[in-house]
Design a binder for this molecule. Structure first.
Ligand code: BTN
Length: 257
């Protein structure tokens, strides 16, 4: 059982998580915040569920997480004033916040995988799915969904990248309340930095991405591309060096060759 008081004591944010909704079971926390019927509109709302019956992953994949063991939650950003233009920087800021929290609290080395996975020892510990609601050309709501494997020690099924959890990598039981507060504290800082110093957010992200400079393959549906992962550009696209040309990659699963 997640102890909301314990979490609240450690939360230092102005906005993020100040409206906190905790639920035992939901289809998906992203859907919960996106659904108009639910009338949840407070900027910075965090919705945490112990179990999702239809957890969503990127590219229509399913996100599985065992009940009561992990952190599956979504953050709502609403109101045009708060929505940053470059969604890719939100990917980077979010995965950076997760990586920094894990490093601060458990001294584990993390690795960031483009566009937004967090790895420990080459295994996936966290996935992020950002969804939005638009009217015309303007985004009205942004929902940042985070699935972090915390205390789960066994994973069933087949996965594109082998999963792991913080417990498996650190050999200790993890206090989820403290971890969630740390994540939201750092997330708020990073989110604010996206406007003021986006280049620095990207640089911090780059420093944790060990694939830069390596030979990689990028798979998008039926298509595969091979080359050297040259860099990330200012829009957040992956720059792939193929022979002497640079190709901009917008989507895809990247892995070392
Ligand atoms: C990925 O495919 O790597 C992204 C996974 C994102 C999972 C999280 S769990 C909380 C939120 N609610 C969802 O339905 N998905 C995201």
């Amino acid at each position: 059982m997640f102890n909301i008081e314990q979490f609240d004591i450690k939360l230092n944010t102005d906005l993020i998580g100040r409206n906190f909704i905790y639920t035992d079971e939901i289809d998906s926390t992203n859907v919960g915040l996106l659904d108009k019927e639910n009338k949840i509109n407070i900027n910075g709302t965090v919705l945490l569920a112990e179990k999702q019956t239809k957890g969503r992953g990127r590219k229509d994949r399913v996100w599985y997480s065992k009940k009561d063991q992990n952190l599956t939650f979504s953050i709502l950003i609403s109101g045009e004033k708060y929505i940053k233009k470059n969604l890719n920087y939100i990917n980077f800021g979010t995965s950076l916040a997760i990586a920094m929290s894990i490093e601060n609290l458990y001294q584990l080395k993390t690795d960031l995988k483009w566009p937004n996975d967090v790895l420990i020892n080459g295994k996936k510990v966290c996935g992020i799915l950002i969804e939005s609601v638009s009217e015309g050309s303007s985004i009205k709501k942004l929902v940042i969904g985070i699935g972090l494997n915390v205390n789960q020690t066994a994973f069933e099924g087949s996965f594109a990248i082998e999963p792991t959890s913080i417990k498996l990598e650190s050999n200790q039981n993890i206090e989820r309340e403290r971890l969630l507060a740390e994540i939201l504290n750092i997330f708020e800082e990073q989110y604010n930095r996206i406007n003021d110093e986006p280049e620095k957010v990207l640089n911090d992200w780059r420093q944790r991405c060990r694939m830069i400079g390596e030979r990689v393959s990028i798979i998008e549906g039926e298509n595969s591309k091979y080359g050297i992962f040259d860099d990330i550009d200012e829009n957040g696209y992956l720059l792939l060096r193929v022979k002497d040309k640079i190709e901009r990659i917008h989507f895809g699963d990247v892995s070392l060759r």
